[in-house]
Ligand binder design. Structure first.
Ligand SMILES: [Zn+2]
Length: 157
């Protein structure tokens, strides 16, 4: 029977469907692992972008990785409270996200009010250009300092 640690290692290699440079470990979304038997495991994860199709894709990817590892009875439970915030991102994860040119979600009432840090130069002097970026879960922002446009994750709890 696999240990909790071994299952964690399998899960930690699964990547975010929206941001393939980030692993579940970088995102800090793995809440609980319970190995029941040789082929049965229960997982608890916190979705990063609630209501986004990416969450379902992530669950499918987890299922596939565990299936390959020999599990056939896989239960994935989504823990939505406490809600995921970018504080859960590992320092390595934050670095990867910035290198990838995507600003992580911030707590804000609306896109216009969101103070989003430019992933290129770190400036907070940014503005939303379009509510829809490269995918439905992203908005397009522009930085007033370095003038670079960038994606911002608007789907969050
Ligand atoms: Zn900038």
């Amino acid at each position: 029977m696999k240990t909790k640690e071994e299952v964690y290692q399998i899960l930690s290699k699964v990547t975010d469907p929206e941001i393939p440079v980030l692993t579940l470990e970088d995102l800090g979304v793995i809440r609980d692992i319970r190995v029941i038997s040789d082929d049965e495991v229960n997982i608890k994860i916190t979705p990063t972008y609630s209501g986004c199709p990416a969450t379902d894709v992530m669950a499918d990817d987890i299922r596939a990785a565990l299936f390959v590892a020999g599990f056939s009875k896989i239960k994935i439970e989504q823990v939505i409270s406490p809600a995921w915030t970018t504080d859960w991102l590992s320092p390595k994860g934050k670095e990867k996200l910035n290198k990838y040119g995507i600003a992580p979600p911030v707590a804000a009432v609306s896109l216009e009010e969101a103070i989003v840090e430019c992933p290129h130069c770190g400036s907070k002097n940014t503005q939303v250009i379009s509510a829809f970026g490269s995918t439905a879960c992203k908005a397009l922002f522009q930085c007033h300092d370095c003038l670079e446009p960038f994606d911002y994750f608007k789907c969050h709890v």
